[in-house]
Design a protein around this ligand. Structure first.
Ligand code: DQA
Length: 147
């Protein structure tokens, strides 16, 4: 099971960026935890981050045939990037959208996700554990397939 965790814009600023919203953990610390958890569950977890819309699109295209799942935090692109949405819709790889913060409890522009409708599902509001929950879901789907 190969899982790509893809972080969008400004997530490289985790730990420094608005810690009252996003917490104190750095992206590197979070990625380490997720890779370790994946290893425990027999998943090969690869983490990557980009601030550039086109690069995220390219990474999603390239994920086809290489990854079984993508866990994607599109950052602010969530709210307006039709290009990212089309990229997700264009690949066979299922995508789970995650957000650290509860976007529905924040500014109204964050209540809309243009990407979620083409994802398998969305997990929001649990800090870094939103990603952990996405890995848990993938683990569950895999177990269902093998049992
Ligand atoms: C975010 C929520 C977005 O609204 C915001 O633009 C981000 C982070 C989150 O993980 O909570 O960059 O995706």
């Amino acid at each position: 099971m190969n899982v790509l965790i893809l972080h969008g814009p400004n997530l490289n600023r985790m730990g420094k960026r608005e810690p009252h919203i996003y917490g104190h953990m750095t992206l590197e610390e979070m990625n380490d935890r997720l890779v370790q958890l994946g290893a425990k569950w027999n998943m090969n977890v690869t983490c990557t981050q980009s601030n550039i819309e086109g690069e995220l699109i390219h990474i999603i295209h390239e994920a086809e045939g290489r990854f079984d799942y993508i866990i994607l935090n599109p950052g602010a692109y969530t709210h307006y990037s039709y290009a990212l949405r089309d990229a997700i819709a264009s690949v066979e790889v299922p995508v789970i959208e995650v957000h650290l913060s509860n976007v529905h409890a924040r500014e109204t522009f964050r209540h809309t996700s243009v990407t979620a409708p083409v994802c398998q599902g969305q997990i929001v509001g649990f800090g870094w554990k939103s990603y952990q929950l996405a890995l848990t879901a993938i683990r569950g789907f895999t177990e269902e397939k093998t049992n």
